[in-house]
Write a protein that binds this ligand. Structure first.
Ligand SMILES: Nc1nc2c(ncn2[C@@H]2O[C@H](COP(=O)(O)OP(=O)(O)OP(=O)(O)O)[C@@H](O)[C@H]2O)c(=O)[nH]1
Length: 370
């Protein structure tokens, strides 16, 4: 294990030292591709060695699952208790959370499952400690809350890096890259829009992955890392927010400094809270809700008005078919068409099919075969 880690470190150092330019871009691309494969191997090996991992399979429930990640003793259990009323054991010593503790939070009509997992520690992605099981849970999350306390704001970097090494990409859209391996013809690159990658870089990255022939389609811009991510396949793209706990222990000036520093470094303002004192809990709930990108839909029965009191909560970008699946499989199996009132259509009561993309506060009526 140590052997692999040393090799990984060596390659990382070399990439760091090499200045990126036209002459070195091929070389850097190859190194990055190699590094990605080594990390993937290391993680897979750790997962296998670790075995099942009891207590870590959590059934998803509600409209979305949010995972709290943070070092031990940052206040994850305290926060979960505060937000959900769940009794997760807290203690003035590290590692009180040994299994995943789920709790449910209701906000603006959405039911959000919150998971408190054992403290994420440096090296988790490489299988250190109980990290591998923790990572497996985090990968299934719809959203991540990165929690640090006021004395350890630097931990945000460590956590984000740890997530990155585990294939978790936060707050970035999935790059639009299609790779089709072919039996001959070499590497062909098709780009829609301006692309900073050139064919030589693409070839060297593919060569490192033992691909000599492929059709590659890239929509929008992409970096070497994006291409490597697409090749590795096992990446997840998850929204995240940074939350700083225990603000009751510092003064206003220090709060302002931490907030400004994190905002500058991560291009998003952190939510400053005290879980114990209950400061800014509503602000935090709003931030979670917004980051999840929820939308509210109102269902209209065939006879009668729409139910405007109980919205159906879906994620932005949801299609009619997603609603059908959520309601009951019959709505999908026997679907004829849907009628929509709202922003996603041009005129009221417009008829649409399963692949129609809905908008926030649409009213919809689903017509099925009898
Ligand atoms: N002053 C202050 N103390 C807090 C706050 N939130 C949590 N604590 C304390 O910090 C300690 C650790 O809190 P926990 O909630 O157990 O932390 P955890 O992250 O769940 O820790 P692990 O279970 O070890 O991963 C406890 O003594 C809490 O009472 C806060 O907002 N302010």
């Amino acid at each position: 294990m140590a052997g692999i880690e040393d090799q990984i470190k060596e390659i990382e150092d070399e990439i760091q030292k090499t200045v990126y330019n036209k002459a070195t871009s091929k070389h850097i691309g190859r190194l990055k591709a190699k590094l990605a494969k080594m990390k993937e191997d290391a993680v897979n090996r750790a997962m296998k060695a670790g075995g099942g991992g009891e207590g870590y399979s959590v059934k998803k429930s509600g409209d979305a699952t949010v995972v709290l990640v943070g070092f031990p003793s940052t206040g994850k259990s305290t926060l979960l208790n505060k937000l959900t009323g769940t009794e997760s054991e807290t203690g003035a010593y590290a590692f009180t959370t040994l299994t995943v503790v789920p709790g449910a939070l209701e906000h603006k009509g959405a039911k959000i499952q919150l998971l408190d997992i054992p403290g994420l520690i440096a090296g988790a992605a490489m299988g250190k400690g109980r990290g591998k099981e923790v990572i497996a849970v985090v990968r299934t999350a719809d959203m991540i809350v990165i929690l640090v306390d006021v004395f350890n704001e630097k931990h945000v970097d460590v956590l984000i890096r740890e997530l990155y090494d585990a294939g978790i990409r936060i707050n970035v859209p999935e790059p639009d890259i299609t790779i089709k391996k072919t039996s001959r013809g070499g590497v062909r690159l098709n780009a829609v829009g301006t692309l900073d990658l050139d064919i030589e870089e693409v070839r060297s990255i593919l060569t490192e992955n033992r691909i000599a022939s492929a059709d590659i389609l890239i929509r929008g811009n992409a970096t070497q890392d994006d291409l490597i991510d697409a090749l590795m396949g096992s990446r997840v793209y998850v929204p995240a927010i940074v939350v700083v706990n225990k603000i009751d222990l510092i003064d206003e000036a220090e709060r302002t400094r931490i907030e400004a520093d994190l905002t500058e470094r991560f291009e998003m303002s952190p939510v400053m809270i005290s879980a114990a004192a209950g400061y800014h809990m509503e602000e935090l709930k709003d931030a979670i809700y917004d980051s999840l990108g929820f939308m509210r839909l109102y269902l209209k029965p065939v006879a009668g008005p729409a139910d405007l009191d109980e919205p159906l909560i879906m994620r932005l970008g949801a299609k009619v078919e997603d609603v059908c699946h959520k309601l009951h499989r019959d709505f999908y199996d026997k679907f004829r068409y849907a009628r929509i009132w709202g922003d996603s259509v041009k005129h009221e009561a417009q008829r649409v099919g399963l692949t129609h993309t809905l908008a926030d506060e649409d009213i919809l009526q689903i017509i099925i075969e009898r």
